[in-house]
Ligand binder design. Structure first.
Ligand code: I3P
Length: 105
């Protein structure tokens, strides 16, 4: 699965709250492949290590962020390193599809 998502980091690896100034929303072109979620600035850039970073989805979990009401179609991603992210998708269908794919493995 691939597509543009807005993302905001709320909890850093290790479990500490993301500090102010590092909590803003950013747009990424996301590619989900097996247990990797690769994030690039846009879809034209090749997924080379220079312009892409990857999140390991092993023991990760995604669920609708029902407590987050500022934006619609937002889900929360919990990673095994205890970091947490909010991801905003274009509509609820897209959101559910990302959640399903992330939780599939
Ligand atoms: C953050 C930015 C985010 C906001 C976040 C701010 O500031 O304004 O949009 O999240 O609020 O800290 P900065 O750009 O300086 O990092 P919301 O859009 O969810 O309000 P937060 O600290 O309550 O997460």
């Amino acid at each position: 699965k691939r597509g543009y998502l807005m993302r905001k980091c709320t909890i850093e690896a290790g479990g500490k709250k993301t500090p102010l100034g590092k909590r803003s929303w950013k747009m990424y072109f996301c590619r989900l492949k097996e247990l990797l979620l690769m994030l690039s600035n846009d879809e034209t850039s090749k997924s080379t290590p220079q312009n892409t970073h990857s999140l390991k989805l092993h023991h990760a979990f995604a669920q609708v962020a029902v407590d987050y009401r500022k934006r619609p179609h937002v889900f929360r991603l919990f990673l095994a390193d205890r970091s947490q992210f909010l991801y905003q998708s274009s509509d609820s269908r897209e959101m559910n599809s990302w959640i399903e794919m992330i939780n599939w493995n």
